[in-house]
Design a protein around this ligand. Sequence first.
Ligand SMILES: [Zn+2]
Length: 97
Amino acid sequence: MRPETIKKLCCPFDKGDLTLTEITKEISGNILEGFFVCTICKRLYPIVKGIPIMSPDEFREFKLEQPLLERWEKHLNGHSFANFRLVGPENRAKELS
Ligand SMILES: [Zn+2]
C-alpha cells in the first residue's frame, strides 16, 4: 500500500486517527507489512502483503492474526495483542488486580 493512501485512512469503527508502524517496505515506498493502531480504541489493523486488514471485529479471525503479531512482537514495544486491540503493560496490570 502506498504512503499517500495511508494518509486518507481512519479507524472504520470510530474514525480515530491511525498510527502506522512500518515493518517491511519496497524500494518504491509501498508498505508490504506493518500495522495501524487507532489512537482512540487501540484496535490494531495489520497490513499483510500490502493490504490493510480493516474489517470489523466479527469478520476477523484472531487465530490467523496471532502468528503475525507474534512475529512482530519486537515492534509492539512491550504491548500485547488481545481482542484485536493493542494492550499496554499498564492495562494488563489493571486487569490482573
Ligand atoms: Zn478506533
